[in-house]
Design a binder for this molecule. Structure first.
Ligand SMILES: [Zn+2]
Length: 127
């Protein structure tokens, strides 16, 4: 699956985001080299700590579907924002070799980074 196709999936699922508090909608899509994919959108909660990020939703869905060796993650927001620290940690754990594509709907720009660039020296093991 190409980055453009993955960004399209993230753009579509972003429309389902539940963001009544921040109004900052996020869509995420993850895929492996075989084309297996999962998507997620942010789901906010009045108890802010219970909010689920789009990236976390997509990665959880991938785990539930048995999708392994994720190679690409697309994250779509209005601004092209990078994932939060918690999601960077999730990506480092579940997709350590992936390309992270950050797409902006407002400027129609895409930045592609590695998770090592987004989270250098990530915590990945108790050993
Ligand atoms: Zn996050």
């Amino acid at each position: 699956m190409s980055p453009a196709e993955l960004i399209h999936l993230a753009t579509e699922v972003r429309k389902k985001a539940f963001a009544p508090f921040s109004h900052f909608t996020v869509g995420a899509a993850v895929a492996n080299a075989q084309g297996d994919y999962a998507v997620g959108c942010n789901v906010e909660n009045a108890a802010f700590g219970s909010t689920i990020c789009a990236e976390a939703g997509a990665l959880s869905q991938a785990v539930a579907q048995g999708i392994e060796e994720i190679t690409n993650i697309a994250i779509v927001t209005e601004t092209g924002a990078a994932p939060c620290g918690n999601c960077r940690q999730l990506i480092a754990q579940l997709a350590p070799n992936c390309h992270v594509h950050l797409a902006s709907t407002a400027a129609l720009q895409i930045r592609t980074l590695s998770i090592r660039e987004l989270l250098p020296d990530a915590f990945t093991s108790l050993e």
